[in-house]
Design a protein around this ligand. Sequence first.
Ligand code: NAD
Length: 486
Amino acid sequence: MKVYDKLFIGGEWVRPSGTGTIDVINPTTEEVAGRVPDATEADVDKAVAAARQAFDAGPWPHMTPVERAAILTKVSAALQGEMQGMAELISTEMGSPVAWASMAQVFAPTMILDYYVGLAASYQFDEVRQGLMGEVLVAKEPVGVVAAISPWNVPLFIAAAKLAPSLVAGCTVVFKPAPETPLDAFRLAELFVEAGLPEGVLSVVPAGREVGEHLVRHPGINKVSFTGSTVAGKKIGAICGEQLKRFSLELGGKSAAILLDDVDVAATLPMLLPNALMNNGEACIAQTRILAPRDRYQEVVDALVESVSAMKVGDPLDPSVEVGPLVAERQRDRVEGYIKLGQEEGAKVATGGGRPAGIDKGWFVEPTVFVDVDNSMRIAQEEIFGPVLAVIPYDGDDADAVAIANDSSYGLCGSVWTGDPERGLAVARSVRTGTYMLNSPIPIDFSTPFGGYKESGIGREFGPDGLELFLEKKSINLPAGFTPTL
Ligand code: NAD
């Protein structure tokens, strides 16, 4: 069992101001797997003060982006050296199947760090533009002290998505991980110390939502970078709006996979299913609505049921397991509540729907496929965040499928599967989401923008866009005949 009795504040391990602790419960064994201090508002105040001091008076914002990125290179290399151990730690915190976790929860974060190391060297932080009345230096400067707030489902991935661009930009950061997954965040803090991150630049304060809200409201914070539920995102956006704080929000999703009438079902499912049920269905980009043409509906359902019922459920530390337990008992209650609700709404369970046989510990739910789903049902509209798919038939042409896909308050991701990529591209352009997969198994490329339309968020992470979330632009009008050294 991993126990920390200190918080990481201002680049040092310091005693917490309170006595509260957070127990990390292993969702497979239901036993305590770790313990960390529960940060208080006073701890957050200290962390913000340290970040403020490091931003206002420290060397960090004045170092070159490439100098700052050198720290990220070291952290990425260290993570690559402990990929398996880190994947097992995250699996133990939240139940992610370890084979998937080592790729998506650890290797992907190293790709994100490495991408921003490369961008630090090529991005134009300063540019001289020919203005209407003379030359203008457009300088892109760090936005200031950042509050980074993350959920538990892909904790290190989200940490990398926020820390890599904000640190390259020259910001200082107070990072509040979710209370379910503080252990990987503290390990990351240790790696930043070993990499030589200067004092004050990073703090890690695990805590719940009240203390999180204190961090958001804190006058020392210039920018809030939030990933989590739409409900919390609306609250945080409202606070930031009132204070005119910069903010970006990566929120929930209910993405639709559209199978066109010429789809090759056998070729599609091996690409689609890992994106539909990834991370036990606890993924914002999960393709949980599967739209199939009415005259091929039964064929799609049969193939899905065959594949989903064959998925191996069990201990997520077993590398052959495809579906592990849900993060917490309350999450299993929530998912089981939706399975009951779907049946009450008139949908039918074609496979799954219960708890897996032969497993008497852990918060498991069988991977479940609902058929005869109408898009107006709550199981088609609301984010379940568990291994539950809704197969929805559509009549008519591609436009009818697009209309169903767009009939959602969310707009995060989606996919289209067809023998005709031109037709698929027309569909991709018509669906109101921020990321799309056209006959592709890849939902996110870290060099291009990722984020939500509608209630799935505001702003774009990854790519240069993700760096610009942490920059302010300043225009300096230059006198004639003066060329600044950039
Ligand atoms: P959550 O909103 O309950 O919590 C997320 C984080 O915000 C936690 O650290 C929590 O303590 C904190 N928090 C909650 N309310 C807060 C408030 N009012 N002020 C400050 N902090 C607050 O979400 P969750 O259950 O941890 O995560 C699941 C959600 O995250 C899902 O909706 C999922 O779709 C979403 N998500 C989105 C993305 C994306 O990139 N769009 C990625 C991963 C997860």
